[in-house]
Design a protein around this ligand. Structure first.
Ligand code: SAH
Length: 179
């Protein structure tokens, strides 16, 4: 199964009027997917590249979606922008396809963003994190997230790793669901 389809499958039960977040807007494909998932809800989307917001704005206009709030700020500051519980959050780490590869996510800020996103989750809410271990930074990012998320209480969270064990460098997914 294509990784992105697997990632989206974890969000099948999100209510159509929920608030959700795309923590790594990139070119806006996940933002657009989330807009369709919550037609009566709100999508908060973050990126630090103005070009990402521009590309996303165009994509959403083309698809006729008007329920997203595009935020030019790091996802590590998400709590300054989201003041309601979220039913879902997506992280698609690494760099924006077609852009300068030097602007990519970093383990320290990613961990802060994920910890804050877990706090923003409502009961039954889920975070989906796509990790790209093809380079050293991606490997470190995955390891840092696994170290933090594995400490969450089993009584309140279900944290899973979905990984191709016959392709260790292939992208993989961490999910955290709040009970
Ligand atoms: N690797 C994915 C795409 C990832 S896009 C793929 O192959 O499809 C990741 C996005 O995260 C980029 O657009 C980048 O600008 C953004 N980003 C990097 N650091 C960020 C931060 N601190 N907060 C929010 N977005 C960030």
């Amino acid at each position: 199964m294509v990784l992105l389809d697997l990632a989206k499958s974890f969000l099948a039960n999100v209510p159509p009027d929920a608030a959700v977040a795309d923590f790594t807007m990139g070119n806006g494909h996940d933002t657009a997917f989330l807009c369709g998932l919550v037609p009566q809800g709100r999508v908060y989307a973050f990126d630090i590249q103005p070009q990402a917001l521009e590309n996303t704005r165009l994509l959403l206009a083309e698809k006729g979606y008007a329920n997203a709030t595009l935020i030019l700020d790091g996802h590590e500051h998400a709590k300054q922008h989201i003041h309601e519980p979220i039913a879902a959050g997506m992280f698609n780490l690494g760099y924006r396809p077609g852009s300068d590869h030097s602007v990519h996510t970093h383990p320290e800020t990613t961990v802060k963003a994920v910890v804050d996103a877990v706090e923003l989750l409502q009961k039954g809410g889920v975070l989906v994190i796509c990790i790209y271990p093809g380079d050293e930074e991606g490997v470190r990012e995955g390891e840092a997230l696994e170290a933090v998320l594995s400490r969450y209480s089993r009584k309140r969270f279900s944290v899973m790793c979905h990984r191709m064990i016959n392709a260790p460098k292939a992208p993989y997914i961490l999910t955290a669901e709040k009970y």
